[in-house]
Design a protein around this ligand. Structure first.
Ligand SMILES: Nc1ncnc2c1ncn2[C@@H]1O[C@H](COP(=O)(O)OP(=O)(O)OP(=O)(O)O)[C@@H](O)[C@H]1O
Length: 285
């Protein structure tokens, strides 16, 4: 483990050291703070989170059995769905009324459970599309060709740097559809970084990834914390949660049932009950 990595972990863990292991616990420096977030689909309440704070610069795992509401909560926070009620601040700004592209631009960027890589476009084109919601996509940019071009070159340079870092550089002219599941996950993470986010939200980054690439993905995620980024990820694989999470939040039936360090969470009877109670298949997921 490098010194930089050790320092990153130490800072994140120190910030969380005094935080009580209970739902909604206040954090020393919360980058995200949400209150009263509820989303119902007809009679089904998918999300009903009273309060949650996410510590800046830490890696937080969001776990819970299938159908607990984790993806729906991600969708709400990132503007891909609208809550029935609730409000939240991201990095000091009210974010619950923002559209998804505004959320991304404010520094909260997510990936999806099923990657959204466009299979009939090349890896490099996928990267450039990831940045497109900055200047290029806006109408006015077309009127200032020079500006737009400048942005494009900067984007291409950033894209190449990231492809190098994620070991996808040799694939840049390949169609994304030719990549393996794991490589697609890497591409999705690289693409999210085009926007230089403050917080990155990963929805099941390890699903469908072979063991060899898993380790590499883990290292990339740890690397994000070293750079000062905040990471919030949904994951079923408890080994992975143990290996990289500084903090764990647990959802069940739409609610945040508890929070704590990975060790505290594994020993928590409510968590054991939530997993074993409703969905026996969750452990194999
Ligand atoms: N668009 C929708 N319309 C109706 N019901 C929905 C919709 N999206 C989610 N749900 C329901 O909301 C509940 C929470 O689903 P969600 O996908 O958020 O759970 P999850 O914790 O992410 O599950 P998993 O771990 O399986 O991905 C589920 O009962 C699901 O069927």
């Amino acid at each position: 483990m490098s010194d930089k990595e050790k320092a990153g972990i130490a800072a994140a863990r120190a910030a969380l050291a005094g935080v009580p292991a209970e739902p909604g616990a206040p954090k020393q420096d919360a980058i995200l703070s949400a209150t009263g977030v509820r989303r119902a689909f007809g009679g089904l309440v998918a999300v009903d989170v009273e309060h949650i704070e996410v510590q800046r610069g830490a890696i937080t795992a969001l776990i819970g059995p299938n159908g607990a509401g984790k993806t729906t909560f991600f969708n709400l926070l990132t503007g891909f769905d609208r809550p029935s009620k609730g409000s939240w601040d991201f990095d000091g700004h009210r974010a619950d009324r923002m559209r998804s592209y505004q959320v991304a631009r404010s520094g909260m960027v997510r990936t999806f459970q099923l990657t959204k890589a466009l299979s009939r476009m090349t890896v490099l084109e996928n990267m450039l599309i990831g940045a497109a919601d900055q200047r290029g996509e806006r109408m006015w940019a077309a009127m200032f060709r020079g500006l737009w071009r400048g942005q494009e070159y900067a984007n291409a340079e950033r894209a190449m740097e990231l492809l190098e870092r994620f070991k996808l550089i040799d694939k840049r002219e390949h169609y994304a559809g030719e990549l393996s599941g794991g490589q697609r996950k890497l591409l999705e993470m690289a693409r999210a970084l085009m926007l230089r986010p403050k917080m990155i939200m990963l929805d099941e980054p390890m699903a469908g990834v072979n063991p060899a690439l898993k380790q590499s993905l883990l290292e990339h995620i740890k690397g994000l914390r070293e750079e000062g980024m905040t990471v919030l990820f949904v994951e079923h694989d408890m080994d992975m949660v143990h290996e990289i999470a500084d903090w764990v939040a647990v959802m069940a039936a739409g609610q945040l049932i508890t929070e704590g360090t990975p060790d505290q969470i594994s020993a928590d009877q409510r968590v054991i009950d939530a997993y074993l109670g409703a969905h026996h298949d969750a452990a194999q997921h």
